[in-house]
Design a protein around this ligand. Sequence first.
Ligand SMILES: [Zn+2]
Length: 92
Amino acid sequence: MQCRNCGSAHIKKNGRSLKGTQRLYCFECKRTFTLELDARRLTKSACAKAVVLRQEGESLRSIASILGYGKTAVWTALKNVPSDSFSGSYTS
Ligand SMILES: [Zn+2]
């Protein structure tokens, strides 16, 4: 794990945010930050589920919350799926 701000590996866990996200503290820049859900990439099986959910008409937001990933991560995964059965644009 690395600091999101300065890239230092000199960090420690610093409790959790209200949303349950892991909070981290950086000794180098002395800032706290959270590990963003969007930093995680979908596993192959999560990606397959996302495609199915999308085809069933679920929104990005609900797919992300069902799978436990960030919207951007879901969107990135769906974009990389070679499928013309799905079309749309990224709206937040
Ligand atoms: Zn830092």
